[in-house]
Design a protein around this ligand. Structure first.
Ligand code: MLT
Length: 430
């Protein structure tokens, strides 16, 4: 159809981009998204505050869950070693296996899953967020997805982009997308959905330890979830990205600790929060061979097809870092890093409690979920930014069920965390 809008010309042949429109129709699913992605929006508001207050004291971020501590020595050695090998004839490698190097798949299976999972069920990737997007591509637009409400925004946003939802209309409850099953998780149900009153969904996204609430699901609760999925013929996508923060004995770190889970669950995970790999990028997804679609096709086959088609394997340098993470020295370093962030979480939790707030999470999780006693979370976000120069995340950003709560991240450096607590105390004690 050609150009649809008049094309202005400036300085001869140079076109003004804003005036140009092509004949390609916008993907209507993109138009269904109600706002920009949460974390860039937080960054935008922070920058707007700084632009308006150039003399402000430095802003402290308790916002996005981004790691801040350096990569420890042994793990760094793994990254360096694999980078150096690329400079040698013997060590050079090009395209890797799309599923990840065999040694890393085997080490993930043995060190992190204790043999519950076979190496060929492990698919190494550039992170769980990317894998969630690719899982949506595999499931397509004809499935119904269920999410905990509140939840990590990627599950809902990627479902909307895929076309699993209908346009929001006047009958749509505030903040929801028609077509998604929202499973309320809040203090009244101990952050675990009432499954007996939840409609069936094809794919159930479930995160424990939870982002944003910091709640962990017990063995009994996860057993209920697996049984519910079995009864309904659903697939669970279990997000275990925060598993190493679990210190309480008996709380499962993987869905595969639950009998029967291999027939109903995929697990996504990542080295991001384990080892400070948020910028390095390395994750994995487990697709058990026993998991089959309604027509009997192993889900693993389709996942393999997706990964071979639109992914070229995780960086060979980075996979060397992953192997080092799973050496005994690497696991020790991860444990030290996690303890550091958990100490921050304790500090944040105790500070908010001392200020009279009811607080959730922050014990087996790096997120603290603060009850605002009915106040608007975006208003509180702005109020804290303007008064204490601390960035937080409004609960409403994680879905309508997050309204009335504020998420604090424990991933800041210790000194920043201590100062943020002082500023919050000064602010709320007034
Ligand atoms: C968060 O802040 O929720 C996470 O850092 C986002 C992510 O892991 O993508």
């Amino acid at each position: 159809p050609g150009m649809r809008a008049p094309v202005s010309r400036v300085a001869g042949a140079q076109m003004v981009a804003a005036d140009i429109a092509v004949g390609v129709k916008r993907n209507p699913n993109m138009a269904k998204l109600q706002a920009g992605y949460l974390f860039p929006e937080i960054g935008r508001r922070r920058n707007a505050y700084l632009a308006a207050h150039p003399d402000s004291r430095p802003i402290i971020s308790l916002g996005i869950g981004d790691t801040t501590q350096p990569i420890p020595t042994h793990i760094l050695g793994g990254l360096e070693g694999s980078a150096k090998r690329l400079g040698t004839k013997e060590g050079y490698s090009g395209y890797g296996a799309e599923q990840g190097v065999g040694d890393l798949r085997a080490k993930i299976a043995s060190k992190l899953y204790n043999g519950l999972i076979e190496p060929e069920e492990v698919f190494v990737s550039d992170g769980s967020k990317c894998d969630i997007g690719r899982l949506q591509l595999m499931f397509g637009n004809a499935v119904v997805s269920a999410v905990q409400d509140p939840s990590y925004p990627v599950y809902v946003d990627s479902a909307v982009m895929m076309g699993q939802t209908r346009p929001v209309d006047s009958a749509t409850p505030q903040g929801q997308h028609p077509g998604i099953v929202y499973m309320a998780c809040n203090p009244s149900n101990n952050f675990f959905p009432d499954l007996s009153n939840t409609p069936r969904a094809d794919v159930i996204y479930f995160c424990s330890p939870n982002n944003p609430t910091g709640a962990t699901a017990s063995r009994e609760q996860l057993t209920q979830l697996v049984q519910w999925a079995k009864k309904n013929g659903s697939i669970i996508v279990f997000d275990a990205a925060y598993a190493p923060f679990i210190k309480s004995a008996g709380t499962p770190k993987s869905i595969y600790e639950i009998p029967g889970a291999k027939e109903v669950a995929i697990e996504v995970n990542s080295f991001s929060k384990y080892a400070g790999f948020t910028g390095v990028r390395l994750g994995w997804t487990i697709v058990p061979s026993a998991l089959k679609f309604a027509d009997g096709t192993p889900v693993r086959n389709d996942w393999n097809r997706v990964m071979c088609t639109i992914f070229n394997g995780a960086s060979n340098i980075v996979q060397g870092g992953g192997l080092a993470c799973l050496d005994d020295e690497g696991l020790e370093e991860i444990s030290t890093l996690i303890d550091y962030y958990l100490d921050n979480a304790k500090l944040l939790r105790e500070t908010m409690e001392a200020l009279g707030f009811t607080v959730h999470g922050g014990a087996d999780a790096p997120y603290i979920f603060v009850d605002l006693k009915g106040k608007s979370s975006w208003d509180m976000f702005s109020h804290i930014l303007e008064t204490a120069q601390v960035v937080t995340i409004p609960g409403a950003g994680f879905g309508p069920g997050g309204e009335g709560f504020l998420r604090l991240s424990a991933f800041a450096p210790r000194a920043a965390c201590v100062e943020a607590c002082e500023r919050l105390t000064a602010m709320f004690k007034q």
